[in-house]
Design a protein around this ligand. Structure first.
Ligand SMILES: Nc1ncnc2c1ncn2[C@@H]1O[C@H](COP(=O)(O)OP(=O)(O)OP(=O)(O)O)[C@@H](O)[C@H]1O
Length: 247
């Protein structure tokens, strides 16, 4: 069978299944997911607790193995790569933003932003660096250490660090989970601007309908299946869909 892959998709999953454990203890966390995430779009993944959101993100990002099916990041099928190739691909093509900001406390904001490039032995693209710093709105905080920044500012540094290597996709796992609503809104606005202005592709897992409403599209999981989606989401439309799925 030949499969046509959407050339505009940054990430595609086909027939993706994930089973944890064996025999009586087996948990079917993902039961055959087909989904694609468009280049230059901001997509949120939502669903009731235990529906498979984190498992899907981990499988898409090559942080966990799949039981069956395929995941393409650009032209690479990551389910066929060796551990070494996968590590390289993650480093070069994927950015991560986690709930805990994961900044190095002894480095300044600017040093934290540059760190992944330095590890990869690459030069920072100065034009992009200026744009990212501008978009993040952290120019006067670049020499500060993480402990001298608010939670929202630290998370914006973490997003800037993900953006600076121009990854094919950024996966964000509950990026506002540790933030108050005002800082959360700042970070989400910044994520949305990086999609609009820098053409970044972002896939975000969240529990929060308000957070999801910053995305262009929200896909919904239930019991390991993709069951619905909403485009041009509002907090209300996302909330209504979640209620329907939890009923
Ligand atoms: N390492 C594991 N071993 C066994 N079962 C697991 C493991 N990780 C997740 N699961 C199970 O897989 C299912 C999906 O879990 P997952 O964490 O992906 O859901 P989720 O939608 O992210 O949930 P939440 O919103 O509560 O974080 C759940 O039934 C969970 O208990």
């Amino acid at each position: 069978m030949t499969m046509t892959t959407d050339v505009r998709a940054a990430v595609v999953a086909r027939g993706l299944s994930k089973i944890y454990g064996q025999g009586d203890a087996a948990v079917h966390a993902l039961r055959g997911i087909d989904v694609s995430f468009a280049t230059g779009a901001f997509t949120a993944i939502m669903g009731p607790s235990g529906s498979g959101k984190s498992t899907l993100m981990h499988c898409l990002a090559g942080l966990d193995t799949v039981s069956s099916g395929h995941v393409h990041i650009g032209d690479a099928d990551i389910t066929t790569l060796s551990d070494k190739q996968l590590t390289l691909l993650r480093r070069e093509r994927i950015g991560f933003v986690f709930q805990a900001f994961n900044l190095l406390p002894t480095l300044t904001a600017l040093q934290n932003i540059r760190l992944p490039l330095e590890i990869a032995g690459r030069q920072a693209d100065q034009v992009l660096m200026d744009r990212v710093v501008e978009t993040v709105g952290l120019r006067d905080r670049l020499t500060h250490k993480p402990s001298q920044l608010s939670g929202g500012q630290q998370q914006r540094v973490a997003v800037a660090r993900a953006l600076i290597s121009k990854p094919q996709v950024i996966f964000a796992d509950e990026p506002t989970g540790n933030l108050d609503s005002r800082s959360g809104a700042e970070v989400l606005s910044f994520l949305r601007r990086s999609v609009r202005e820098l053409g970044q592709t972002i896939v975000m897992v969240t529990h929060d309908p308000l957070a999801a409403s910053y995305a262009d599209r929200v896909v919904f999981l239930r019991d390991g299946l993709l069951v619905s989606e909403v485009t041009q989401p509002t907090p209300q439309s996302v909330h209504d869909m979640l209620l329907k799925l939890e009923a």
